[in-house]
Design a protein around this ligand. Structure first.
Ligand SMILES: Cc1cc2nc3c(=O)[nH]c(=O)nc-3n(C[C@H](O)[C@H](O)[C@H](O)COP(=O)(O)O)c2cc1C
Ligand SMILES: C=C(O[C@@H]1CC(C(=O)O)=C[C@@H](OP(=O)(O)O)[C@H]1O)C(=O)O
Length: 358
C-alpha cells in the first residue's frame, strides 16, 4: 500500500483507524512559512467525528502532534510529520466482517488484494478516518496559499435530493467562505440545512444512509496556472479527490450539464474590468485547457451513501462459501457529506499548491 500523493509537495498518509495513531508527512514544503496551529485545529475540528447528530458517535479530539519540520512556529524545510492518536476504538464491531464482508465497503476486495493480512478493524487504512491527516496536510497548504491571496471554501450542495443554493460561479465573497467554515453543517441557504438534516435522520432511523454532493470554490487563484493534457488543473485535482473514500464523481464548472448546452451558451464571454480580463459567466469553472483563467475555480465532488448501514443485508460467508445475512454493528456516519466538506477543501489546497510556483 502506498498512500503518497504529489510531486512538488508530497503528502504521505499513514496509519489505520484502530491502530495506535494515524498521521501525515509533508515533503517539499518551503522553509520559513509561519504556521497558525489554531487555524489547523479549526480545520481538524470541522471534520472530527462525534460532534454532530448527523455524524458517527465515535469521539476523537484529533489534535495533531507535530513530530518534525516546525521550529518556533515556522516550517524548517525538513519533512513535516504530524501524529493523530486513535483514542476511541471499538474493534469488536468488526470481528465478523473479514469472514462476512460488508457490501459497499472495502472489506472483500481488500481481503483479496492483501491476502487477509490487512488490518480491517474500523476499515483499517481504507477508513474515512484517514481523511484526518489529509485535512491536516490541507490546513498547512491552505495557510501558504492564503498568504498568496487564495481562499478556499465549500458547502453541502446536496444531501440525497435536498438541494442548497449553489455558489454564484462568478462572484464568491470571502466572508461567505469564512461563514461556511465556521459551522458544522455548511450550507448557503439555512433552510436547506434543516431539510438535509431531516433526510439524514429519517435514513438513520430506517437503518439506512444517504449520499450527497460537496461544492467547492477557490478564489484569488491567479490566471495561468496548470497545463494541457495530464498535468492540468482538472486531472491533478481529480486524482487526489478520487482518493477520498466514497467519492464517486467529480465535475468542474458546468460539468456534465455542459453537455446539454450550445457553444453559444457554454462559452464564457470575456470583458475588461479595468486592466483585468474577466468572464461574464463561468461555465468553465475557472479552467480552460487545464489552465486557470483567473475566475473562481468551482467544482463538485459526489459522495455515495455510507456503506455501513444497520439494516440486514445479503453477503457471503467466505469461510463456509455460502450465502449469508449480515448485520453491521458499530458507529457509522448516516451521511458523510457535511464532514467531507473540509476534506474536499484540503484536497483542493494540496492539489493547487502542487501546481504553483511558490
Ligand atoms: C469523512 C468520511 C467518513 C466516513 N465514514 C464512514 C462510516 O462511518 N462508515 C462507513 O461504512 N463508511 C464511511 N466512509 C466511507 C468509507 O470509508 C468508504 O466508502 C470505503 O472506504 C470504501 O471506499 P469507496 O467508497 O471509495 O469505494 C467515510 C468516508 C469519509 C470520507
Ligand atoms: C473515525 C472516523 O470515522 C469512521 C469512518 C469509518 C469508515 O468506515 O470509513 C467508520 C467508522 O469507524 P468506527 O467504526 O471506528 O467508529 C467511523 O467512525 C473519523 O472520521 O475520524
Amino acid at each position: 500500500m502506498s498512500s503518497a500523493w504529489g510531486e512538488k509537495i508530497k503528502v504521505s498518509i499513514f496509519g489505520e483507524s484502530h491502530g495506535a495513531a494515524i498521521g501525515a508527512v509533508l515533503d517539499g514544503l518551503p522553509a520559513g512559512e509561519e504556521l497558525d496551529f489554531e487555524a489547523v485545529a479549526l480545520q481538524m475540528s470541522r471534520r472530527a467525528p462525534g460532534k454532530d447528530p448527523a455524524a458517527t458517535p465515535r469521539r476523537e479530539s484529533d489534535l495533531p502532534k507535530i513530530v518534525s519540520g516546525v521550529l518556533n512556529g515556522r516550517t524548517t524545510g525538513a519533512p513535516l510529520c504530524a501524529l493523530i492518536e486513535n483514542t476511541n476504538t471499538k474493534s469488536g464491531d468488526y470481528e465478523n466482517l473479514q469472514r462476512v464482508p460488508r457490501p459497499g465497503h472495502a472489506d472483500y476486495p481488500a481481503f483479496l488484494r492483501y491476502g487477509g493480512f490487512n488490518d480491517m478493524r474500523g476499515g483499517g487504512h481504507f477508513s474515512g478516518r484517514l481523511t484526518a491527516p489529509l485535512v491536516f496536510a490541507g490546513a498547512v497548504c491552505r495557510q501558504i496559499l492564503q498568504r498568496r491571496g487564495i481562499a478556499i471554501g465549500s458547502h453541502v450542495l446536496f444531501v440525497a435530493d435536498c438541494r442548497d443554493t449553489p455558489f454564484s460561479p462568478t462572484d464568491i465573497p470571502e466572508d461567505l467562505l469564512q461563514r461556511l467554515a465556521s459551522v458544522p453543517f455548511p450550507v448557503i441557504d439555512r433552510e436547506a440545512e434543516q431539510k438535509m438534516r431531516n433526510t439524514i435522520e429519517k435514513a438513520r432511523m430506517a437503518q439506512d444512509s444517504v449520499g450527497g454532493v460537496v461544492e467547492c470554490a477557490l478564489t484569488g487563484v491567479p490566471a495561468g496556472i496548470g497545463g494541457p493534457l495530464f498535468g492540468g488543473i482538472e486531472p491533478v485535482f481529480s486524482s487526489i479527490l478520487f482518493g477520498i473514500p466514497a467519492v464517486k464523481g467529480v465535475e468542474f464548472g458546468a460539468g456534465f450539464g455542459a453537455a446539454e448546452l450550445y457553444g453559444s451558451q457554454n462559452n464564457d464571454a470575456y470583458y475588461f474590468d479595468g486592466g483585468t480580463v474577466k468572464a461574464r459567466t463561468n461555465n468553465a469553472g475557472g479552467i480552460l485547457g487545464g489552465i486557470t483563467t483567473g475566475m473562481p475555480i468551482v467544482f463538485r465532488a459526489a459522495f455515495k451513501p455510507t456503506p455501513s448501514i444497520a439494516r440486514e443485508q445479503d453477503s457471503v460467508d467466505l469461510k463456509t462459501k455460502e450465502n449469508a445475512k449480515l448485520r453491521v454493528h458499530g458507529r457509522h456516519d448516516p451521511c458523510i457529506v457535511s464532514r467531507a466538506a473540509p476534506v474536499v477543501e484540503a484536497a483542493a489546497a494540496i492539489a493547487l499548491i502542487n501546481l504553483m510556483t511558490l
